[in-house]
Design a protein around this ligand. Structure first.
Ligand SMILES: [Zn+2]
Length: 241
């Protein structure tokens, strides 16, 4: 169920039996000439819509954190970059509030690469409070299986663009993009790193994206996400009982 739809009375009632909350976390940023700025918000939102149909009676779907940290894409128009320090603290404070509200499990469902280091810190700090934390970075966690559907990953690349097309074909136009690869070594950072790595604001073969591939990716990854959530619950129950 969606937290924003509940009254406080209903919320208190639901809280007697539901102690897992899912917090979607995204980013507003440049995604090439072909994908909408909200790409990293749209994809977690779509996962939530599908998850709610399956486990909506056991998980409260919290409103998303739409703004995150993006050092690499900050030179591009449309990127609203929050510092890593502020973002880490902000997401931690939200998680802490859910803990104070009685939640014992939290799922941080992330849609954006630049958020990963912050969310690792957040997960550790929330675990120290006594919460069990599942962090999902879909393109990292399920990379192997994704490659069976779309050939190459990348920011605004074939996988991400396909997932957007499967939501709404008006949100992306793969004909505006091509195949942009980079030979930059990601271990080396320098001031114009993002501009050189992403060039037109994306990476990968976005031109090969289709809605059909996106739908296959959602269906495949939904099962993997559900398996991870079941693992989270298993840890929880073993620890509580
Ligand atoms: Zn993205």
């Amino acid at each position: 169920m969606y937290m924003m739809d509940l009254t406080a009375t209903k919320y208190k009632d639901v809280r007697k039996t539901v102690d897992t909350v899912l917090l979607p976390i995204g980013m507003i940023e440049m995604h090439g000439p072909h994908c909408s700025l909200g790409t990293d918000v749209w994809i977690p939102r779509e996962f939530v819509r599908r998850l709610d149909k399956v486990i909506g009676d056991r998980v409260i779907m919290a409103p998303e954190v739409a703004y995150g940290h993006s050092w690499g894409l900050s030179p591009f128009a449309g990127t609203i970059d929050v510092s890593a320090e502020a973002f880490t603290q902000y997401v931690y404070e939200i998680g802490k509030e859910f803990h104070r509200n009685g939640f014992r499990q939290i799922i941080l469902f992330n849609g954006h690469g630049g958020n990963i280091p912050s969310l690792t810190t957040v997960a550790e700090k929330l675990a120290d409070l006594g919460m069990r934390v599942l962090t999902i970075n879909w393109w990292v966690d399920y990379r192997e299986q994704i490659l069976e559907v779309t050939k190459g990953p990348g920011h605004g690349g074939e996988d991400e663009t396909s997932l957007i097309l499967a939501i709404d074909e008006k949100l992306a136009d793969p004909t505006l993009a091509g195949d942009h690869q980079s030979s930059l070594n990601p271990k080396i950072k320098f001031s114009k790193y993002g501009k050189e790595l992403f060039k037109d604001g994306y990476l990968g073969n976005a031109g090969a994206a289709t809605a059909e591939k996106g739908e296959r990716l959602y269906q495949m990854m939904l099962e993997l996400v559900l398996a991870d959530i079941k693992d989270l619950w298993r840890v929880s129950y073993e620890s509580i009982n």
